[in-house]
Design a protein around this ligand. Sequence first.
Ligand code: ADQ
Length: 493
Amino acid sequence: MSNSCATRLVVVSNRLPISLSRQEGRWTVTAGSGGLVTALAPVLMNRGGLWIGWAGAAADAELAPLLEDFSRDAGYDLRPVFLDEKDIAGYYHGFSNEIVWPLFHDLPSRCNFQPDYWRSYLDVNLRFAEATARHSRPSDYIWVHDYHLMHMAFVLRNMGVERQCGFFLHIPFPPPDIFLKLPWRGKIIRALLEYDLVGFQTLRDRRNFVACMEALVPGIRVAGRGNIVSIAWKNRQIRVGSFPISIDFNSFAGLATDREVVRRAEEIREALRHRRIILGVDRMDYTKGIPERLRAIRQLFLSHPELQEKMTFVQIAVPSREEIPEYSALKNEIEQLVGEINGQFTRPGWSPIHYQYRNLPRSELTAYYRAADMALVTPLRDGMNLVAKEYCAANVMESGVLFLSEFAGAATQLQKVGAVLVNPYDVEGTAKAIRRACFMDGRERRARMGRLRDSVRRNNIYWWVDSFLQAAFSRHLDDFPQETVDFRKPAYE
Ligand code: ADQ
């Protein structure tokens, strides 16, 4: 493997890839477990790279030695950015999650356009830029993640710090008629143009971004077609592309064949008396379409009473952003709907809906994926949606059916290979699609799931990192020295 690439990767994201917990009055640090960490850690580890982000609630003095210990074991460095409660309220809950999140998910009526939030966003982006300037060197490649830090490259350049900078947006980018509602629209678009490469989940997002830019920035020129286009602006070339994110396929598929997970999946099926299981797994968020999905389930049992007692819908929701009033209102709405539907249909020994509001360990979640006959992934709008891909990876028996919202980024890739597309707003249509799938021939189900799994296996998280880095500075993952494992080789399949 080539050792020729001298570029060090510096990842910047809102949160560091760790989780902090306090036990008996002392903080402990463990590695984070998300897909982004799994994909980027080997690259960082083998280059001695760096990750910059907010560490969570611990104080500066307590944190430093913990991060040093973690870095020694992980093989890459962590540098914290410190945020206080005011920052979290204004920049994180405020600008990021009460303005950008709803607006970019096409829900402007949920936005709270408070001017103070914008000032806090700029202030925190400045602090991230200062930390990046302090800890990076000119030859580094800075890869900034997500909507919390859209302004960072702009601030860096204003500080006179020259670095190659790439940005990836994990959520959708809205069309001009939505984006133009943002009071700070011109500033955000111009700030994004300070990156050298801007990556989106889908072609649609990239096109929306280009359309907004054309509406707001006079004098730009767009050249090229296909996945990556080039933009000429003020003597600079900016590249803009689509890079659909994915999961560590082998890790999910491997876990699904683990003896404990197989046993647990069987236990779940037995507990639900071997009825067909339809599964929903989401962060508790109004973009995920959970109430609409529950109404589709109610419609299914109303229109097809013969399916009552034959199927159970399991909804697992992980708590999220509970400090924001919209999220606690959503939780109440969902709990009320679950109560109503269960009250309407429950019979001795059968409840139509099993609802869990908690974070599950990865192995337990995988057991549910394995046990489920169908997955209902029906967000109203989603950048990608990793649950859809995780369900396919864990469906090692290749007998499951994936229902996927046409408004999830994942639909762009998965509709062609076997996902059943639904419009989440169409409660009757979704109920009909579920009923049709109940009678889907076993061969068709296996053919669809086989194709879905092939697609996710090929276009996995390592492929995603590789495509972005290749577009960023013509490097493949293979160009990073790799000493321990070849993480792209299937370990067992
Ligand atoms: P999210 O909005 O968080 O991500 P998603 O892509 O579905 O959405 O990822 C959710 C993750 O949470 C999955 O990995 C899933 O396993 C996990 N999860 C869900 N419920 C859980 C539970 N009860 N217990 C434990 N884990 C649970 C944002 C964007 C997406 C984009 C991703 C990645 O909104 O569109 O796909 O980033 O770019």
